[in-house]
Design a protein around this ligand. Structure first.
Ligand SMILES: NC(=O)C1=CN([C@@H]2O[C@H](COP(=O)(O)OP(=O)(O)OC[C@H]3O[C@@H](n4cnc5c(N)ncnc54)[C@H](O)[C@@H]3O)[C@@H](O)[C@H]2O)C=CC1
Ligand SMILES: O=C(O)CCC(=O)C(=O)O
Length: 418
């Protein structure tokens, strides 16, 4: 996956005529640590889990990125996600490089106490890699504020001091910030809203399908529903639901809490169950992939009907499908812009932890809105001026900032302890 993701880097370097040293550096992760986490299970047995943490590039600041718990997590996936984080942080103009971590585990098979032991073991294994000025962790798929709190607590025990700014996405009572829980979805919402006029989207007459109904998908559904969009399709790992007349996201979440699945939830009309593949192909105006990578590929891209794709997941559209969809006139608001709201508010959490002064909800919300509008506008302008796809424009926008930092420090600095 990293080899494919690099194609965006190559294209951006060519467009900007970037020094070959910069390309050579950004092609590779700076460092990746692998560990085997050994956990005592509740039945007394021991189990091993593969885990990784990658610091992809730290030229713009300490590396930053989430931790994913998923059975398909691999070294290649983590390094690719860390590569995307590097560009995402630059696109949002944050003083961070990119990192990412993960554990190969199906959390649905663990009890709460096993999950806690696994989370604490992760930090124990990677503690020397982590730190407020080195590598700052956060939630991603199948990790949340509770997991982050266990990790933050463990990290403080290891370092022997309160170090809240080494992890973001913490609960409010443990140094978290207001506004982080829905920040990723809200950031994407601001990007879409900012482009509504240019894309001639009328929320009251627009249908939305959302793949993934976790933190990001659920909050996105709520925000778009409140703005008048009709949420006609929703899915999670167990399948999807469709209703031409739309769903109330709150009612669907209540059903998911009660039954473990969105399937069976009732919409406003004739609701039917659909597969995840069908969800992507629904007749709708805006498609929001908010689950895994590579959901839209050459195999299914011909059947995608949505004119606008808001990539709240990381890497949901494969590069080949991306080219084809773009040529056919679909507008893809790329992940490194669309889902940058999460890390933008994580940055505010880090700032508040370090200063010991906490902001109120409106200050956080205003900052997020301003950041998303500023960067969306810059990328939209580049897309128009240079006749590029929004993804190409976003990579160029981020690369300019990263290249400036690489060049400002000098390429030699990489090897002598900078
Ligand atoms: N949480 C955050 O702040 C950020 C998350 N993201 C990305 O957003 C995406 C979703 O993350 P979260 O909502 O935080 O995760 P989550 O763990 O809260 O929810 C994941 C959702 O995806 C569903 N899902 C899993 N496999 C699926 C499949 N094959 N088909 C359809 N649905 C499936 C799950 O059932 C669940 O509803 C990921 O790609 C993540 O990397 C990006 C930026 C920040
Ligand atoms: O909040 C963060 O630091 C990172 C979130 C993340 O992992 C992502 O944007 O993919």
């Amino acid at each position: 996956m990293l080899a494919k993701a690099r194609q965006s880097l190559r294209a951006a370097c060519d467009q900007l005529n970037i020094h070959p040293d910069v390309y050579e550096e950004l092609k590779w992760p700076r460092e990746t640590l692998a560990a085997t986490l050994l956990i005592r299970m509740d039945d007394g047995s021991r189990r091993a889990f593969k885990a990784w943490r990658c610091r992809y590039n730290d030229r713009r600041g300490p590396t930053k990125g989430g931790i994913r718990f998923h059975p398909n997590v691999s070294l290649d996936e983590i390094e690719t996600l860390a590569f995307w984080m590097t560009f995402k942080c630059a696109v949002a103009n944050l003083p961070f490089g990119g990192g990412k971590g993960g554990v190969c585990v199906n959390t649905k098979e663990l009890s709460q106490t096993e999950l806690e032991r696994l989370s604490r073991a992760y930090i124990e294994a990677f503690a020397p890699f982590v730190g407020p000025d080195r590598d700052i962790l956060a939630p991603d798929m199948y990790t949340n504020g509770i997991v982050i709190a266990w990790m933050a607590d463990e990290y403080s025990s290891i370092t022997g001091q309160a170090s809240p700014s080494a992890l973001t996405g913490k609960p409010l009572a443990f140094g978290g910030t207001v506004g982080r829980v829905d920040a990723t979805a809200r950031g994407g919402y601001h990007a879409l809203r900012h482009l509504e006029k240019s894309l001639e989207i009328d929320p009251d007459n627009s249908k939305v399908a959302i793949q993934g109904f976790g933190n990001v998908g659920y909050h996105c559904a709520k925000l778009l529903h409140a703005d008048g969009y009709t949420i006609v399709g929703i899915s999670d790992s167990s399948g999807g639901i469709y209703d031409e007349k739309g769903f109330d996201p709150l009612a669907v979440m209540q059903h998911k809490h009660e039954t473990g699945s969105v399937q069976g939830a009732k919409g406003h009309g004739k609701t039917r169950n659909i597969t995840n593949a069908e969800l992507l192909e629904l007749d709708c105006d805006v498609l929001v992939p908010a689950a895994l990578e590579r959901q839209i590929t050459l195999e299914n891209c011909d059947r995608i009907k949505a004119r606008v794709i808001l990539e709240l997941a990381n890497g949901p559209v494969a590069p080949t499908a991306d080219r084809k969809l773009t040529e056919e006139g679909h507008i893809i608001i790329p992940d490194i812009l669309a889902n940058s709201g999460g890390v933008t508010v994580s940055h505010l959490e880090w700032v508040q932890n370090r200063s010991g002064y906490y902001w109120d909800a409106s200050e956080v919300a205003d900052h997020l809105k301003k950041t998303m509008e500023r960067e969306t506008q810059a990328i939209w302008a580049l897309h128009n001026e240079m006749s590029l796809s929004m993804r190409e424009a976003a990579y160029i926008h981020g690369l300019r900032r990263i290249a400036e930092s690489v060049e400002a420090r000098g390429t030699q600095a990489y090897f002598d302890g900078a």
